[in-house]
Design a protein around this ligand. Structure first.
Ligand code: ZN
Length: 274
């Protein structure tokens, strides 16, 4: 049996399960890590610190907290509010014991992507010392360009790397998600560059189904779609990346099915990666 100690599941992947139930199920399967989404953490009755302790008591490492970002807005006051919100999210991550906050950076349809990227850079620069003081890193997650209208003006590893270079802080790096970057013909090189600069912070996997029915909530399990997940993972591992393979799947179809059966399928698909 494949070692599952470097397999991490995002709490949203098995959304019907609460955090405690997810922890018990993941732990029983031998899964090593969890990335905690805000909704799951907020729904945990005893608070963030207790949620983190519960997960660790189950033998599950908290890999990241998802998600911060959304730094862009037309009005300066809105952008300031976003920075405050990100500081609050960083504090939640620190309480739960997550070493990393994943950033979905934002985009505002009424302004250019260039302006949005400038605001993202400013927002991150204004948040990074708060993160460092809390012992938390920030990972910019480039999103697929189909989300460039309103979710993220950062769509490639090299754009994310450019922001990392501009802000220039060791606590700032990149979250690479195969769903968003699999199409990029410079991907192998960009992964190498990010790793060489110590900017490759985390790695997300799932699959892109051929003609998804929904742009957001119809992701596939690894092997179900068109992404060469094994190949991209090899590029990531070849850099010496020591982190987890994080399964992050939003799927109305899979959320509707028996979650034990679904988790079994995820583990089988993970074990089939080469
Ligand atoms: Zn992701």
């Amino acid at each position: 049996m494949t070692d599952l100690s470097k397999l991490c599941i995002h709490s949203i992947t098995t959304k019907p399960w609460g955090l405690r139930e997810a922890a018990i199920k993941y732990s029983a399967a031998g899964i090593g890590g969890i990335s905690v989404w805000q909704d799951a953490a907020a729904a945990y009755d005893d608070g963030y610190r207790a949620a983190g302790n519960m997960l660790r008591n189950e033998g599950i490492e908290v890999v990241s907290y998802v998600r911060g970002g959304f730094f862009t807005a037309l009005a300066g006051a809105e952008r300031s509010k976003a920075i405050d919100e990100n500081k609050r999210i960083i504090d939640e991550a620190a309480e739960i014991g997550a070493p990393l906050v994943v950033l979905v950076c934002g985009a505002t349809p009424e302004q250019s992507l260039f302006e949005s990227r400038k605001q993202i850079t400013e927002g991150i620069a204004a948040s990074i010392e708060h993160a460092a003081a809390a012992g938390v890193k920030l990972g910019i997650e480039p999103l697929h360009p189909m989300y460039a209208d309103s979710r993220s003006a950062v769509n490639t590893m090299s754009q994310a790397g450019g922001i990392c270079d501009e802000v220039g802080h060791p606590n700032l790096g990149i979250t690479a998600d195969v769903f968003h970057i699999w199409w990029d013909d410079h991907l192998e090189e960009e992964i190498k560059i990010a790793a060489a600069k110590n900017q490759l912070f985390s790695f997300h996997i799932c699959d892109w189904k051929n003609l998804p029915e929904d742009m957001l909530n119809d992701r596939g399990i690894m092997g179900e779609g068109v992404i060469d997940v094994s190949g991209i993972r090899r590029w990531v591992r070849d850099t010496g990346f020591p982190g987890y393979d994080e399964v992050e799947i939003f799927s109305n179809k899979y959320w509707a099915m028996d979650q034990d059966e679904y988790l079994k399928r995820i583990i089988e698909a993970y074990q089939a990666l080469t």
